[in-house]
Design a protein around this ligand. Structure first.
Ligand code: AR6
Length: 181
């Protein structure tokens, strides 16, 4: 499913983020930037051990922020490690989740990257309810693209059916109109 946002594209795609041929893929990281389970484990396995070495040199990233590394053995040239909140039903969760997406997008733009692929940050091990996280993720990316047209493509790579359906539903609820297939 694709949505036009100004001259840019916001896209929802089922699949595996490690296979994406984009300027940067985003990792759902933790504050230590150490390889974890979930999408982080998959990205580190595919990129090879140099990715964890570069992450260890950076050392830390606060929740709601992001850091960039090379992509090593991945097709993607860069990995942007974004740290979403561990869900605790706190009002600040929403702010921190939006901030993690925004930081990742800002890093991409600052480095002249034009295409970026996200997983659904915080909705796995970190327990953020999908029906709450999906509209925040999509609205944050839509708003960023409106004001930063240099980023041409934001793709959400949705690993399972439940996540894909939640994002498609959220796209409708925030008023994104799909382009004809
Ligand atoms: N491609 C795309 N999405 C994936 C893939 C993949 N290959 N594998 C899993 N997902 P999670 P979090 C989806 O748990 O909730 C890590 O260990 C998954 O189905 O990876 O932000 C970190 O080190 C879910 O929809 O990230 C942190 O400690 C989404 O990716 C912690 O987990 C995010 O799930 C972060 O937890």
């Amino acid at each position: 499913m694709r949505f036009a946002v100004g001259n840019s594209i916001l896209e929802l795609l089922p699949g595996n983020i490690v296979l994406q041929d984009v300027d940067a893929i985003v990792n759902a990281a933790n504050e230590t930037l150490a390889p974890g389970g979930g999408v982080s484990g998959a990205i580190h396995r595919a990129a090879g051990p140099q990715l964890a070495e570069e992450c260890a040199r950076i050392g830390h990233c606060p929740t709601g922020e992001a850091r960039m590394t090379a992509g090593y053995r991945l097709k993607a040239r860069h990995v942007i490690h974004a740290v979403g909140p561990r869900y605790g039903a706190h009002p600040r969760d929403a702010e921190l989740l939006a901030s993690a997406y925004r930081h990742a997008l800002q890093l991409a733009e600052q480095h002249g990257l034009r295409s970026i692929a996200f997983p659904s940050i915080s909705t796995g091990i970190y327990g953020y309810p999908l029906d709450l996280a999906a509209p925040i993720a999509l609205a944050t990316c839509r708003d960023f693209l409106h004001s930063h047209p240099a980023v041409a493509l934001v793709r959400f790579v949705l690993f399972d059916e439940e996540t894909r359906l939640a994002y498609e539903h959220a796209a409708r609820t925030i008023g994104l109109a799909p382009e004809p297939e």
